[in-house]
Design a protein around this ligand. Structure first.
Ligand SMILES: C[S@@+](CC[C@H](N)C(=O)[O-])C[C@H]1O[C@@H](n2cnc3c(N)ncnc32)[C@H](O)[C@@H]1O
Length: 245
């Protein structure tokens, strides 16, 4: 029996992921959180879950603003980094987003394309079901996803980058269901191959999935400034929803 790790169990646990995506930084997270919290008007005493929190850039800032936050992620390296910021109102733990949490939350955030990682759509539905089970009755959930048609239209098939002495050769393609990346990394340690894949869910796919899973869509935004979503021009697809009353 093989025990080969899935791509999402290994790639995000490497320093190379963080190097390649270093432009997705605290500044971006702070701007989004400020706009989101202004819009949602969440009470400081309510419980927030940052599902697939990475190193915790959104959780840490939310906590600085006074909120009580739990951040969870599958990557042990990310959680180790995030835990350096832990305090009585900021906790981090290792957790697979397909499983419900032990407690309930008033706001669940899933930030920066942390959805659609699995081979089967059933696993994505498990994530939605876990969100539903972990949300209080009047709670709100947010999925910050890419605007898929725009990404597919602008897909650069190949490029080469050198960041801080690490060489990245990246190939990208859309196979009809997923946007896939093959990432070849070369540095002084050697040559390593990683993969990234995200299910190419459109706005309509999400609307259908949310409805099938008993959610009501409250708002769809197209940017971290929370402009209204436009399938032709928006960079992001940010879905704000709650359990159907
Ligand atoms: C694109 S990163 C975004 C991280 C963070 N939300 C941010 O904006 O910085 C995706 C994250 O999802 C996590 N992840 C991947 N599969 C997961 C799973 N099955 N359960 C929980 N987290 C997962 C990865 O470890 C990674 O930290």
């Amino acid at each position: 029996m093989t025990n080969k790790k899935k791509w999402f169990e290994s790639w995000f646990d490497t320093p190379y992921y963080h190097l390649l995506y270093q432009h997705r930084d605290d500044k971006e997270a702070h701007k989004f959180i400020k706009n989101l919290m202004q819009f949602l008007k969440i009470d400081k005493d309510q419980n927030i879950l940052d599902l697939a929190c990475g190193k915790g850039r959104h959780s840490i800032f939310l906590n600085k603003l006074g909120y009580r936050v739990t951040g969870v992620d599958l990557s042990s390296q990310n959680i180790l980094q995030a835990q350096k910021h832990s305090n009585p109102r900021l906790n981090f733990g290792i957790h697979d987003m397909r499983n419900p949490m032990d407690s309930k939350f008033d706001l669940i955030l899933n930030m920066f394309t942390s959805f659609g990682y699995f081979d089967s759509d059933d696993d994505d539905k498990m994530v939605l079901s876990a969100v539903k089970n972990s949300l209080n009755k009047d709670g709100i959930a947010v999925i910050d996803f890419m605007n898929t048609p725009n990404i597919i239209n602008a897909l650069v098939p190949k490029n080469h980058l050198c960041i801080e002495g690490v060489d990245f050769q990246i190939e990208r393609f859309f196979d009809g269901s997923h946007i896939r990346k093959n990432i070849r990394v070369k540095d002084r340690e050697g040559i390593f191959n990683y993969k990234e894949q995200v299910r190419a869910y459109s706005f309509n796919d999400f609307k259908k999935m949310l409805q099938e899973n008993g959610f009501k869509l409250l708002k769809a935004c197209g940017s971290y400034d929370l402009e209204s979503f436009n399938e032709k021009t928006s960079e992001r697809l940010i879905l704000i929803f709650k359990i159907h009353p």
